[in-house]
Design a protein around this ligand. Structure first.
Ligand SMILES: [Zn+2]
Ligand SMILES: [Zn+2]
Length: 215
């Protein structure tokens, strides 16, 4: 544990050790809406999709009218399979209008993940991503900057925090490694930041299995 001593999470860990069963930190900011996304609607079939800003599906761009371009470059976030063809157009190409750009949270993205499109060969998205790791079990993961991974509310040593795997939408299990002095397991993973990274939306799709989020 010695090399963890400089990490803020260790201070948190000491709070657990000294404070018994629970520790009250700053209130959970709840849904941290820190991720700029864009909503698109196809004026032909009416389907709605989302992209991470500034990824664009804008139908006014000439290249975007090409069904082959759409099928080779517009992939679904969850599966990296091509976007479904437009059912209303003879050549299967959607014609997207930008509806709005807004801020959302990773938890909301998780709930609508089947409607998220990424762009193959796209550039870095606006949202920043943190590389994190658990000081207990060394689990490595990614989380969108602003997501507190549920560590800033009243955290109980006996309850697993509400942290979800972004791709599957299922809660991750307890930390297997952290122990209280009496030998009792400290269930929540304690995530510390390794650093911020920039990613394209397609890189997020490729690493999606390592992304975590909290509610
Ligand atoms: Zn369409
Ligand atoms: Zn852990």
């Amino acid at each position: 544990m010695k090399r963890c001593m400089t990490l803020p999470a260790v201070a948190l860990l000491f709070c657990f050790l000294l404070g018994g069963t629970g520790v009250s930190l700053a209130a959970d900011s709840g849904e941290e809406r820190t991720i700029p996304v864009i909503e698109w609607m196809c004026w032909s079939c009416g389907k709605r999709y989302f992209t991470f800003a500034p990824d664009t599906l804008d139908g006014k761009i000439v290249q975007h009218k090409d069904p082959n371009f759409q099928q080779s470059r517009w992939l679904m976030l969850k599966t990296r399979s091509p976007i479904k063809k437009c059912e209303k157009m003879f050549d299967g190409s959607h014609m997207f209008d930008k509806k709005k750009e807004f801020m959302t949270s990773a938890y909301v993205i998780m709930e609508q993940i089947d409607n998220y499109v990424v762009i193959k060969g796209g550039s870095a998205i606006k949202a920043k991503i943190n590389h994190v790791w658990c000081v207990g079990c060394q689990k490595n993961a990614y989380a969108f900057a602003g997501d507190d991974l549920d560590l800033w509310d009243k955290v109980s040593t006996r309850e697993v925090t509400a942290i979800f795997a972004l791709r599957s939408g299922t809660k991750i299990g307890a930390c297997e490694k952290l122990r209280l002095p009496a030998g009792e397991a400290l269930k929540p993973h304690i995530f510390a930041q390794k650093g911020a990274v920039s990613m394209s939306s397609d890189a997020i799709a490729q690493y999606l299995g390592s992304f975590l989020c909290s509610n």
